[in-house]
Write a protein that binds this ligand. Sequence first.
Ligand code: WTA
Length: 693
Amino acid sequence: MTELFQFMSKQKKTTRKASAKRKSTPKQPAATSNIESMMHEDRVFAPDKEFSKHAHIKSMTQYKKLYKQSIESPEKFWSDQAKEELVWFKPWKKTLQWKAPDAKWFVGGQLNVSHNCLDRWLESDIANRAAIIWEGEPDSLTRPGEERTLTYRQLHREVCRFANILKRHGIKKRDRIIIYMPMTPEAAIAMLACARVGAIHSVVFGGFSSQSIADRISDCGAKMVITADGGYRRGSIVPLKKNVDDALLIKGEDGELLAKSVEKVIVHRRANIDIHIEPNRDFWWHRELEYVDANCPAAKLDSEHPLFILYTSGSTGKPKGILHTTAGYLLGAKMTSKYIFDLKPEDVYWCTADVGWVTGHSYMVYGPLANGSTVVMYEGAPNYPEPDRFWSIVEKYSVSILYTAPTAIRAFMKWGEKWPKKHDLSSLRLLGTVGEPINPEAWIWYHEVIGGKRCPIVDTWWQTETGGIMIAPLPGATPTKPGSATLPFFGIKPELVDDSGEAVKKGEGGKLVVRQPWPSMLRGIWGDKKRFKEVYWSEVPGSYFTGDGCRQDKDGYFWIVGRIDDVLNVAGHRIGTAEVESALVSDHRVAESAVVGRPDDLKGQAIVVFVTLKEGVKASEKLKIELRNHVGKEIGPVAKPDDIRFAEALPKTRSGKIMRRLLKQIAAGKEIQGDTTTLEDLSVLTRLSASEE
Ligand code: WTA
């Protein structure tokens, strides 16, 4: 998705007319609404009878019955599901051990995620079906992208071989491994190989900078990095290995190398470019294959054995390493894939997320493979070389299920119907969205133009922390309302509460919390128990706090409004305002900065930065560009600000807190006119709004 993001950041702001015509629903909480157009689209879309007939869940009655059981007797429900869905080496003794905020699921059981995604299919017809169909980015209009298909049997073999390479290089259970890869099958192979030997992977999105890699290595003490020489992006090559080399040289405040824990780097050859190979540290993947065989039994791991750490932004400057474990996570990913996408082994399923985000983990790798489905994986951007890339892939592979982000859909709308119309999309039977609220306009377009009015749309709400989808329709059962993620999945008990933690009345907005533990919930923040408790479990004691604002309508449908903490959602990517602020103040010319979001038609939210400069530093257009690039270097292109505004001083309350609400209003206001490098005097606002504490 970075590509899309980069594309969009280059776009001029599009008109706001379309959404302005529509009025906000008055009942919404005054949270950071990036969906002011969540408005009056009153149509309700009932599931198609024919679809329901063949679906896993066929009616609302069936959903309600199962949901009731799952909430009233969660342990029985999950225990039955875990028996049914997963393959175990050893059964568990206790289904749930819960002492908020610590959950242990399926205590005493043993299994392996890679075994559940691969080995279990080897004795069935699925063995010789495609597990991954991969398409590389095309070189041009005339040179199509490479194609590669790996059957379940072949994928199993490759995972076993690579797992043996890990062992050969001394990797043991619980060792942390950073994966910094382009969208190639090797990314999935690396993840599954880690899972096979019990190492903990932490995938770092390929659009992140060397600094971000180094910070993550330092936080989790990674012993190995798996990367590629380079990855293709819109016709150019991203120097992934070079970024890793640079990361390994970055020093922390104490003068020590941040990445000193890294002993080995394994490099997949993708781009065929010249790179530095450090003797005894760096090894080519393809060379190492010469030393190993394909015999590698899956390690027998405890249910709570850590599977991966995935860093995500929070409200402080430091990203949080969200920890997921084995059995509960896999059960969540598998069941939600099966029921929400109505996934069957015959499906050709395509999730367009990058493997660096949680969606790429749960719904490109673990969930669909645990269901024995065929996964499409695409390396490139949606509009390179032309804006019909996605549709040509759907046609070429007869994709039946497509899962993408509202940002992408809005970009497709902008590029026009002619691109999808060039292709036969009749293989599609279900569409999904994730990552941010979808405005009903985009929902309807997706339904009509891509889904040919026949495909149900599942708007899925969840988070890195939840491991799997929490609120979404079941496509054969739930009537959908454009813009609403509808109803909770089995075993999930979301509720809206006010500031005192009391449930709000139906129709009123509130903070979204989850009242009961669920198997795929995060088990903690790597190395920071205190922060785990504070961020998620102290806002409403005993309940999981999501950080999102939400409203429930008279039918009990959930309408997510967006983040109510200091986290932005830019093109479906979470970006902490504090992270961007600390990147900015690390530039020696910046005295202080405040980062806020403003609504953006394409990206949901755009990043606006208010900066005060140090004595003697002059504001200029050049400085703006330098600061943008500085943030890109510190975090990655995803975090580059859209607007930078220089101010004499930032508006503050008497106690010295920056008045973000006010800045948000200014940021959302009309375009700044005239010389944009003049310092804005915001001090008058401080006086006017001194009451905002
Ligand atoms: C937002 C992505 C509205 C929300 C899977 C959440 C959504 C954050 C939706 C998590 C949706 C995700 N409707 N908002 N269907 N899905 N969000 O961790 O604000 O990258 O808290 O996980 O994205 O982002 P994350």
